[in-house]
Design a protein around this ligand. Structure first.
Ligand code: CA
Length: 222
């Protein structure tokens, strides 16, 4: 697994590289935001560890630009600040997780392993449940050869369910994953979106794919 570390403090960057290499990861370093952006844009990495405060381009902006390029590499934001606000901003700009400095190396490894396990959003990936498929690269949703058009949030919700096909997701989990930390999302909102989604992907078909698991949440399965 190949990791890009974007960190301007050479001591920290080199220590991370050394530690991660001992764990058999391949590590490249970038010491400022622009270099980091160039390397991350190559799409060559499995995970990017991104410092928040960087010369030339800060971590938040770098993250945003990477996502604008449709590069979906998992990004773990390293931040010296512990304020909740930074966490929220970090996640809104497209980071997958964050870690507050100073952190224990074991904690970093645990986060890297967790991110590495997440399904990769690679260029040609298609998720399928029964006769429904979604194409992660062009956001096309197809059921029985018919293209179904969804709103952004409906798509995100469907993608989340399909990434965890056959597994129950609670409303809280869906809120966290689909709406992340946007304000004022109530469990009720999930119900509304599930209802809309069903209208579009299930209503006109014999087999209903989205299941309500009473008292627990929802799942998608054949
Ligand atoms: Ca820094």
């Amino acid at each position: 697994m190949k990791i890009l570390v974007v960190e301007d403090e050479h001591l920290i960057a080199n220590a991370l590289k050394k530690g991660l290499e001992q764990e058999h990861y391949t590590v490249d370093l970038a010491f400022d935001g622009l270099d980091g952006y160039d390397l991350a844009s190559s799409g060559d990495y499995d995970i990017v560890l991104l410092d928040l405060m960087l010369p030339k381009m800060d971590g938040m902006e770098l993250c945003r630009q990477i996502r604008n390029q449709q590069i979906h590499v998992p990004i773990l934001m390293l931040t010296a600040k512990s304020q909740l606000e930074d966490k929220i901003k970090g996640l809104n700009c497209g980071a997958d997780d964050y870690l507050t400095k100073p952190f224990a190396f074991e904690e970093l490894l645990a986060r890297i392993r967790a991110l590495g396990r997440r399904p990769q959003n690679t260029a040609s990936e298609i998720l399928t449940v029964g006769d429904l498929s979604i194409n992660l690269s062009n956001y096309e949703v197809i059921r029985q050869k018919k293209i179904i058009s969804l709103s952004n949030k409906e798509y995100s919700l469907l993608e989340c369910l399909m990434r965890h096909a056959n597994k129950i997701l609670t409303k809280d989990q869906l809120i966290q994953r689909v709406w992340s930390y946007e304000s004022d999302i109530l469990p009720n909102t999930v119900e509304v979106y599930i209802r809309n989604l069903r209208q579009k992907i299930d209503k006109n078909y014999k087999v209903k794919l989205i299941k309500t698991v009473r008292g627990f949440g929802y799942k998608i399965s054949e």
